[in-house]
Design a protein around this ligand. Structure first.
Ligand SMILES: [Fe+2]
Length: 243
């Protein structure tokens, strides 16, 4: 299992098996800039114990206007290089889709990139405000058969003032995914405290690397001995291995 009992550290993350949030298609967003960087980061995820990665390039109005129909062929290019290097890790591609002014347009055009058996879609909220018409949007998406995962709720600080909305999201069956590195304060004190609160309230279903670059790998390694992260993993509540 990869545990180190006694000092309450994890030897690795093999118990999670699957990471569901990363930016590792070369040159497509603010993640890995080229194939070499992409392969280096994926190799380190393999060494950390992961056996499957869902890669989720940004789709965001104004900054990352990616065409999701190109994602499968881009993923294949990465997979081929990994096969040549004998790194036996499984890859799948989704997208991290921001709920902004273009989101419903993508939805109606069938451009949302889902993954897994239950049409999972990784959604991101704007960092400054709750999406407009959120409840209606959730209803429409779920009625169309999508299962929703909310990326890093702890980073939307405005949501701290809306505990009833967090409960609503959770009760609606939306899976909440915190970033591992939030727990060591990578994004500052507020997201760290918010992440701990979400864990305490039993709202956290998944953890993600949100891996963009080497600094994230270094931070994930630090989290292996973070007591909040260790006890979350030990709790057995995380659903990562289902993907
Ligand atoms: Fe992300």
């Amino acid at each position: 299992m990869g545990w180190l009992f006694g000092n309450k550290s994890l030897a690795d993350l093999s118990v999670l098996r699957t990471d569901i949030h990363s930016h590792l298609i070369p040159g497509i967003d603010d993640g890995a800039g080229n194939m070499e960087e992409s392969v280096s980061l994926i190799r380190q995820m393999y060494e950390l114990g992961y056996r499957k990665l869902i890669i989720t390039p940004h789709v965001r109005a104004g900054s990352f206007e990616n065409d999701t129909s190109t994602f499968d062929s881009r993923l294949e290019e990465v997979q081929e290089v990994l096969s040549d290097l004998n790194i036996p890790i499984k890859l799948e591609v989704g997208a991290e889709q921001t709920m902004d002014e273009d989101f419903m347009y993508h939805f109606h055009n069938g451009e949302l990139k889902d993954f897994g058996r239950n049409k999972y879609v990784l959604i991101e909220f704007p960092f400054t405000n709750m999406p407009l018409n959120l409840k209606d949007t959730i209803f429409e998406l779920q009625s169309a058969g999508y299962s929703l995962i909310l990326a890093h709720p702890e980073r939307y600080i405005y949501m701290k003032e809306e505990p009833e909305m967090i409960k609503y999201l959770h009760d609606s069956g939306i899976l909440l995914q915190i970033n591992i590195v939030s727990l060591i304060g990578f994004y500052g004190k507020l997201p760290q405290q918010f992440a701990k609160w979400l864990i305490k309230k039993d709202y956290v279903d998944l953890v993600g690397s949100d891996l963009h670059h080497q600094r994230h790998i270094d931070a994930i390694k630090k989290a292996l001995s973070n007591k909040d992260f260790v006890s979350l993993v030990e709790s057995g509540r995380l659903m990562n291995s289902m993907f």
